[in-house]
Design a binder for this molecule. Structure first.
Ligand code: GLN
Length: 494
């Protein structure tokens, strides 16, 4: 083995190459990942469920291919975490909710299946905010996930378990879902690379729906290349999801070496002035813009004044769709059911009241209110108009620029409990990420520095045109190479 690094520290690309060269077996990789989970997850709680049998079975298939001299798939032997709102046969899919805590998956999510078909080893199901409602993973019914950079701080959310598992090197890659920032924001707070693809780029089949017009599955990884490989594996049309789009998938790996010469980068200046954006975050993102300029990109400034209203529109549209999607959890067809109901209405009401946590109940109430007769135009109608204006504003910006640069999150990782009792402060975490969901655009969060005062990671968000993930990978790979940050959290370094 390489000196000083263990198998669990390897990137996806390194794992696959080492297996191909027979320096390590897939079984050893699986065992190293499981040992790392055993060692660290009592502190981090990235996983709701670990599935050693599935991981070892998948590893045995890869080792049999190696023995037979067969060509290996692109993610052969790569340990992977899966957010626990995606179905995988052989696991429970709980959405970190009591209402689904015993729900056994009866089919496998397309994105997960594609990841496994590419050779990945499913190590376990990752913790999240209940039904993906939140920005800290504190809304999990099974207890919070902690940030490997500082165990007193949150990893972000809602895909906090997927982010922390990658940051703590329990797995090389993971899948999250992003409705308003739930991949990118935890990516920024844990110093990982995190991608929300274009709406329609990845199938949502088998992902438990939060807001169907916004949800998208995407990868976490420790390098831009690994993230690109995972997206390559999961992207593309799926007949089982009518909103997945039959648009050719670019060769993302080729984009990584393209450099940024001539790439037009728009630094979104008015977003840097948003109240609550930490000075260190602002400086790191401005520094990233200077780095891109030094590498040959044409960096200019752009304002997106409509985008700051995205937050208000999102907290109407998101809950409206969620309240309708969550109606299926009625205690009859799925999940938790009270035993002693007096009649069917009593059964519905009490099963739901016992099964859903406080944030889920808040979203259901917000959404139901926004959609109710008499308020529909004032709230939902207004929010949809705002959404249209944001879509147009981005379309204009992308006439002048190939990618847009903003912070991913206004602050570094905050302390557990710090925002838990103030939903509005928590909602503000997503001010930079939400506009892309509303417009269906792709975005990546890439580490751009460590905060001078806290030592915690800072991420920048790079957005691109619809289906032009290659452009954002180009910029992110160039930044990663130029900055050459050492992103090993203290928990792993020890
Ligand atoms: N934090 C946002 C929310 O609470 C986004 C969540 C997500 O993207 N799933 O809704």
């Amino acid at each position: 083995m390489m000196s000083g690094r263990t198998i669990a520290d390897m990137t996806a690309v390194e794992v696959r190459d080492a297996i191909e060269r027979k320096e390590v077996s897939a079984r050893e990789v699986a065992e190293a990942a499981l040992a790392r989970v055993e060692e660290l997850d009592a502190h981090v709680h990235a996983f709701n469920q670990v599935c050693p049998d599935l991981a070892l079975q998948a590893a045995a298939r890869i080792d049999a291919m190696v023995a037979a001299g067969e060509a290996l798939p692109p993610l052969a032997g790569v340990p992977a975490g899966i957010k626990d709102n995606m179905n995988l046969v052989g696991t429970r899919t709980t959405c970190s909710s009591r209402i689904l805590q015993d729900y056994e998956s009866v089919y496998t999510c397309t994105a997960v299946q594609r990841l496994l078909d590419a050779g990945a080893l499913p190590v376990g199901k990752c913790n999240l905010d209940e039904f993906a409602f939140g920005s800290s993973t504190e809304n999990s019914a099974f207890g919070p996930t902690r940030n490997p950079w500082d165990l007193e701080r949150v990893p972000g959310g809602s895909s906090g378990g997927s982010a922390a598992a990658v940051a703590a090197r329990m797995v090389a890659v993971s899948l999250g879902s992003d409705t308003g920032g739930s991949i990118r924001q935890p990516g920024a707070l844990t110093g990982t690379v995190a991608v929300k693809p274009t709406y329609g780029r990845v199938s949502r089949y088998g992902l438990v729906a939060f807001a169907s017009s916004l949800d998208q599955i995407g990868p976490f990884a420790r390098t831009v290349e690994d993230a690109a490989l995972v997206l390559q594996a999961i992207a593309g049309k799926d007949p089982l999801d009518a909103t997945s789009v039959d648009e050719p998938v670019d060769d993302y790996r080729a984009a990584l070496d393209a450099g940024v010469e001539g790439l037009r980068v728009g630094l979104v200046t008015d977003m840097l002035d948003i109240e609550g954006c930490a000075a260190e975050v602002r400086e790191a993102v401005e520094g990233a813009a200077r780095t891109l300029a030094a590498l040959g990109a044409e960096v200019g400034e752009v304002a997106l004044p409509m985008s700051r209203h995205g937050l208000s529109a999102y907290y109407i549209i998101g809950p409206a769709e969620a309240s309708s999607n969550l109606a299926r959890f009625d205690g009859i067809r799925y999940g938790h059911r009270v035993k002693d109901a007096e009649d069917v209405l009593d059964l519905y009401m009490r099963s739901r009241a016992e099964g859903f946590g406080p944030e889920s109940i808040r979203r259901i109430m917000l959404g139901t209110y926004a959609l109710s007769a008499g308020y529909y135009e004032a709230y939902y109608g207004q929010a949809q108009k705002t959404r249209t204006l944001i879509i147009r504003e981005f379309a204009e910006a992308f006439e002048r620029f190939d990618v847009l640069l903003t912070p991913t999150s206004p602050t570094v990782a905050f302390k557990l409990g710090e925002k838990a009792s103030d939903p509005l402060a928590m909602y503000l975490s997503d001010v930079y990420t939400i506009p892309l969901n509303l417009a269906g655009l792709p975005g990546i969060s890439v580490p751009v520095g460590l905060c001078p005062s806290t030592g915690l990671p800072i991420g920048a968000q790079i957005a691109a045109r619809h289906f032009d993930e290659a452009a954002m990978f180009r910029a992110a790979a160039a930044l990663e190479r130029a900055l050459a940050l050492d992103m090993v959290p203290p928990l792993v370094r020890k």
